[in-house]
Design a protein around this ligand. Structure first.
Ligand SMILES: NC(=O)c1ccc[n+]([C@@H]2O[C@H](COP(=O)([O-])OP(=O)(O)OC[C@H]3O[C@@H](n4cnc5c(N)ncnc54)[C@H](OP(=O)(O)O)[C@@H]3O)[C@@H](O)[C@H]2O)c1
Length: 231
């Protein structure tokens, strides 16, 4: 077996396609999602590939995270992918921001990836590849912000980029590489039908980055095509 990858939010969109592509390459995939019984496409993958294992995980439920870490206590994790994400209300302009939604988005997009890192750092450090990644977004780049707005989602991704940077410094001694990844504008429920690329294309690019990652790439922000994005 080439290795073990843990993916959050693996029941649809980018997470589901990542599960499919890594499973197809023979990886053990620890596929996590909120509603395992309702995850029909993911369960179909489980039927096809014996090395796909399903786990219940709402990334904002730390009791579930702790239970999962106990279930995976002796399991080295080569690649940990914080993919689960929530956009929050769309088209919200200055003056219309719902702060309760903002807190919810920060909880899933910023705090949860940090908690995942804290919970599973030992498993990743015990593996061969020792890679962590967060699905961030180009809209979290301050340098790239020329259009304003998007207060809720933008700040959640900007903040998680800072989490990635600090993790890359704090976990370097253990040989763990930590990257922020932009998947492109992808045709998923979040990206919508007008998005520019398919999940297959996005994940093929992300997979290359994940498989090529080492400490030289740690603490950096990459587009799915391998180019670097300014913070
Ligand atoms: N699509 C794009 O164009 C794009 C661009 C830039 C960045 N991204 C980022 O890429 C990642 C994946 O996006 P996507 O396009 O695949 O989105 P998506 O189709 O909306 O899927 C989001 C996934 O996250 C899961 N999720 C949300 N909140 C969760 C929670 N609290 N606990 C566990 N799982 C949760 C969802 O599970 P449920 O089915 O249970 O809701 C679903 O599996 C996200 O982090 C997103 O911000 C996407």
């Amino acid at each position: 077996m080439p290795g073990t990858i843990l993916i959050t939010g693996s029941n649809r969109g980018i997470g589901l396609e990542m599960t499919r592509q890594f499973a197809d390459d023979g990886w053990q995939v620890l596929a996590c999602c909120r509603d395992v019984p309702g995850a029909h496409e993911l369960r179909a993958l489980r039927e096809k590939y014996a090395h796909v294992r399903l786990f219940q995980l709402d990334v904002t439920r730390y009791d579930q995270m702790t239970a999962l870490s106990k279930a995976l206590w002796d399991q080295p994790i080569d690649i940990l992918v914080n993919n689960a994400g929530y956009y929050g209300p769309k088209g919200v302009a200055f003056g219309q921001v719902d702060v309760d939604e903002w807190r919810k988005v920060l909880e899933s997009n910023t705090i949860a990836p940090y908690k995942m890192a804290e919970t599973f750092a030992r498993n990743v450090a015990d593996s061969e590849r020792r890679v962590m990644a967060v699905l961030s977004s180009k809209v979290g780049s301050i340098a790239d912000n020329t259009s304003g707005g998007g207060y809720i989602y933008r700040t959640s991704k900007t903040a998680v980029n800072q989490v990635v940077k600090s993790l890359s410094i704090d976990l370097r001694e253990q040989g763990v590489s930590v990257m922020a990844l932009h998947p492109g504008w992808v045709k998923t429920q979040m990206g919508g039908p007008n998005a520019l690329i398919s999940v297959e294309e996005s994940v093929a690019g992300l997979k290359k980055l994940l498989l090529g990652a080492d400490l030289e790439h740690s603490g950096r922000f990459y587009n799915y095509d391998g180019s670097e994005i300014p913070w």
